[in-house]
Design a protein around this ligand. Structure first.
Ligand code: HEM
Length: 481
């Protein structure tokens, strides 16, 4: 590090950084000690709001490399040729805990990717699970309230969590994953990532197919039991952070195989399940995984606040060749992320170095708090204009046929099968996995202070698998009639 002179924010050198300016050796501090005032004032404003969910996280930079040609499926430039490399940022997280929460908690892990492509940033903001608890965004704030601290006790509440889950049987699939061995990964290198939603690919003939993204860890899966996790947390609240940072520091770069599942528009009309239902997986037998590339993390951030805390991932950030789908949850998320980031980081957060695309940005957005670039310089601030600045491409996606009549449609009218996929998941666990799963559920459900909630939830597990429901009823001492 080169020697440098300490300065105030205006660049003027600081005379003394140990002793405030006082009236005599034992007198009070003078208001004209501008360095002291500036230093305290800046410190007073160091914290920004933490993310409302996924507050605790760890991130690293790396590279995505194409290994297989999928250019027939998508015109997205990052997939244009085998061998093409794209810089990425991947932030892992837990969901419910605050920024200081322990890493080795039973929780879903966030898997948020930013691809700095030649044609803009593509953010794939996924999890380590292929499904989610709910399938309508209207329910997200209520769901998260049941995961966070109870406003009266200021404690997390198992009663609230199971009250919500038991009233939303569509959550059973994700709950089954959460209480299985995969619920407490040892660290972030040993998890898969999933885009989870159905997205679309658009190819150069302007044809659409539906796509799901998978990231399979090359490190394999590793988990803690509840007991092991208690010991880990007792020793370190930062177990995943240490693991990721140190492995990358030592050159042991984690990798994931990137794969996609593809469904044609025609198939989407014919499949037996709702193709845009986030609580369901697409069976791999019918929709096999197709190899695409490899993701490697190989560089630690140099400054966590600048490059991780200020990172803003949004499902709304897509690039040409990748599109959305009618998945209700995805539609809700398209609004929520940019909105929270305008609050958390400010309206110009896209200009922060970690969020800035490497391709040119030409918008008519102007002004706003903390505008850090040339604010559009001499360019016109409106479009269309006489100068041919800001010309849209007019390259539309193929038309998407939609139903016409608007209504608050109840998803249950389309799909009431909450139980087949979680039941199958339970039945492919070996006997020891099943035993641990049951014990994890019993431990959590025992904390519920309402018999009816326990009974409601056991009913759902019973519907998924009779022997599972019976084991839970017995373990919890609850009669299910
Ligand atoms: C973070 C909302 C569902 C994955 C966030 C944040 C909000 C949010 C407001 C904080 C973002 C920030 O401060 O930068 C929602 C809403 C959802 C939803 C309204 C449903 C309607 C999901 C789903 C997934 C997911 C289904 C995964 C498939 C994540 C991840 C982060 C996150 C990984 C952390 C991003 C980061 O590392 O900065 N979500 N979320 N969320 N969400 Fe969601």
């Amino acid at each position: 590090m080169t020697k440098s002179t300490l300065t105030q924010a205006n660049g003027t050198p600081v005379v003394d950084n140990d002793n405030s300016l006082t009236a005599g050796p034992s007198g009070p501090i003078l208001l004209q000690d501008t360095w002291l005032l500036e230093k305290l004032a800046h410190f007073d404003r160091e914290r920004i709001p933490e993310r409302v969910v996924h507050a605790k996280g760890s991130a690293a930079f790396g590279t995505f490399t194409v290994t297989h040609d999928i250019s027939a499926l998508t015109k997205a430039n990052l997939f244009s040729e085998v061998g093409k490399e794209t810089d990425v940022l991947l932030r892992f997280s837990t969901v419910a805990g605050e920024k200081g929460a322990a890493d080795a908690e039973r929780d879903v892990r966030g898997f948020a990717l930013k691809f700095y492509t030649d044609e803009g940033n593509w953010d794939l903001v996924g999890n380590n699970t292929p499904v989610f608890f709910i399938r309508d965004p209207l329910k997200f704030p209520d769901f998260i309230h049941t995961q966070k601290r109870n406003p009266i006790t200021n404690l997390r509440s198992a009663t609230a969590a199971w009250d919500f889950w038991s009233r939303h049987p569509e959550s059973l699939h994700q709950v089954t994953i959460l209480f299985s061995d995969r619920g407490i990964p040892t660290d972030y290198r040993h998890v898969n990532g999933y885009g989870s939603h159905t997205y679309s690919f658009i190819n150069s003939n302007n044809e659409r197919s539906w796509v799901k993204f998978h990231f399979k860890t090359q490190q394999g899966h590793k988990h803690y039991t509840d007991e092991e996790a208690v010991n880990v947390v007792g020793k370190s609240r930062e177990s995943s952070q240490v693991d990721l940072f140190m492995n990358i520091e030592e050159g042991n770069f984690p990798r994931w195989d990137v794969k996609v599942q593809i469904m044609t528009e025609q198939q989407a009309q014919e499949v037996s399940f709702h193709p845009f239902d986030l609580t369901k997986v697409w069976p791999h037998g019918e929709f096999p995984l197709i190899d695409v590339g490899v993701l490697e993390l190989n560089r630690n951030p140099e400054n966590y606040f600048a490059e991780v805390e200020q990172a803003a991932f949004s499902p709304a950030n897509i690039v040409s060749g990748i599109g959305f789908s009618p998945d209700r949850m995805l539609q809700g998320r398209l609004f929520s992320y940019g909105d929270t980031q305008r609050y958390r980081l400010g309206v110009n957060h896209g200009q922060l170095p970690v969020n800035k695309p490497k391709s040119p940005v030409h918008t008519t957005h102007r002004d706003g708090s903390m505008r850090g670039d040339d604010n559009g310089g001499k360019e016109p601030n409106y479009a269309p204009n006489h100068y041919n600045a800001y010309v849209p491409t007019h390259e539309q996606e193929p038309a998407l046929a939609l139903e016409k009549a608007a209504l608050h449609y109840d998803f249950r009218e389309y799909d009431e099968d909450y139980y087949t996929q979680p039941g199958n998941l339970y039945r492919i666990m070996d006997a020891e996995q099943q035993q641990r799963f049951i014990q994890n559920l019993i431990a959590s459900l025992s904390e519920v202070d309402c018999e009816q909630i326990k009974r409601n939830q056991i009913y759902h597990f019973y519907q998924a698998d009779k022997s599972l429901g019976k084991a839970l009823a017995e373990g919890l001492g609850v009669s299910i009639g």
